[in-house]
Design a protein around this ligand. Structure first.
Ligand SMILES: Cc1ncc(COP(=O)(O)O)c(C=O)c1O
Length: 303
């Protein structure tokens, strides 16, 4: 981890090294943490902007509510804490911000009755998620099915959900792919930590909420701005074979940003290069996140 990292825990800015959590704590043993993934970007005039802070905090609190976790802090306090954490570090670099709510209690037992909830926030200098790959990634359709809402609430960003993501990622990695694509009941759902978009005949297609996807904030941003670039978007069920015959495919997520997918299983997608629609979405998103598009300044919080 970075040296001299400042983090926020339970109301105070501290050194990362000074935040101690017992290994037996409930959230580590049973996966009951709740988290968010947020990015801050440095603009051309060297200001630091947090992208869609309001929406990330809303989802963080909603994830907690789904698991009946009473947040010790409200939305305004959390927003302020996130801004302060970014500020306490080195806001002259792009950062990944990780708020995390967890049971800070090491007594044995699955019941959470009476267990203390702590909140932690880190802001870490961060570049691209798929390190060293700039011209598109190769994905494997996972043999592991995506969890669905009859098993676990997919709209809660809960740590335990990510063991399903991790096993898909392990499988993809073990056979030389960069990332997995997960299906839900045989239909395309999402990546382990990304939403997915297909481009076909100039139109964007993305799985609907009924496909057990997380309603990503990047996905939502694209749904809002695609029309500015003249693209129509369909939210619907997508069959596996539509992946193979797509003109372009890309992942969308806070960490992954807009990541082109140039191969799925052993099949090359479209021209096997980063497509023109993906590039235009990526550039537009890049400019919005850095405050270059006046229309979308509403999505930006200055640090
Ligand atoms: C399973 C999953 N799907 C989609 C996404 C993309 O969501 P967002 O754009 O809000 O980061 C994420 C990342 O948070 C995720 O973990």
């Amino acid at each position: 981890m970075e040296k001299n990292l400042k983090v926020w825990m339970d109301g105070e800015i501290k050194n990362y090294e000074d935040c101690k959590v017992p290994i037996l704590t409930h959230s580590l043993q049973y996966g009951t943490g709740i988290f968010e993934g947020i990015r801050s970007y440095v603009s051309e005039n060297n200001e630091s902007y947090i992208f869609r802070l309001e929406d990330h905090v809303k989802r963080f609190l909603n994830s907690m509510a789904i698991y009946s976790i009473n947040s010790p802090y409200g939305a305004e306090e959390l927003k302020e804490a996130i801004v302060n954490t970014v500020r306490a570090n080195n806001p002259s670099t792009d950062m990944y911000v990780r708020p995390f709510a967890f049971y800070n209690d090491d007594s044995i037992g699955i019941s959470v009755k009476g267990k203390k909830v702590s909140i932690f926030i880190a802001a870490i200098p961060f570049g691209s998620y798929f390190k060293g790959i700039s011209n598109g990634i190769k994905c494997k359709v996972s043999s592991w099915e995506r969890i669905n809402s009859s098993i676990l609430p997919v709209q809660a960003k809960a740590s335990g959900n990510y063991i399903n993501s991790t096993i898909a990622s392990i499988e993809a990695d073990s056979v030389g792919f960069d990332e997995a694509i997960m299906l839900s009941k045989g239909y395309v759902a999402e990546g382990p930590g990304e939403n997915i978009f297909l481009v076909k005949d100039g139109k964007l297609i993305t799985p609907a909420v009924s496909e057990n996807i997380l309603l990503g904030i990047t996905r939502d941003s694209i749904l809002h701005f695609a029309g500015d670039l003249g693209y129509k978007v369909e939210e619907r069920r997508i069959s596996r074979d539509e992946l193979y015959s797509a003109d372009e495919i890309f992942f969308a997520g806070t960490a992954a940003e807009i990541t082109p997918i140039i191969q799925v299983d052993n099949i090359k997608i479209g021209s096997n290069k980063v497509g023109q629609v993906t590039s235009s979405i990526s550039k537009y998103y890049h400019d919005i996140t850095r405050g270059k598009n006046k229309e979308y300044l509403k999505w930006i919080t200055k640090v």
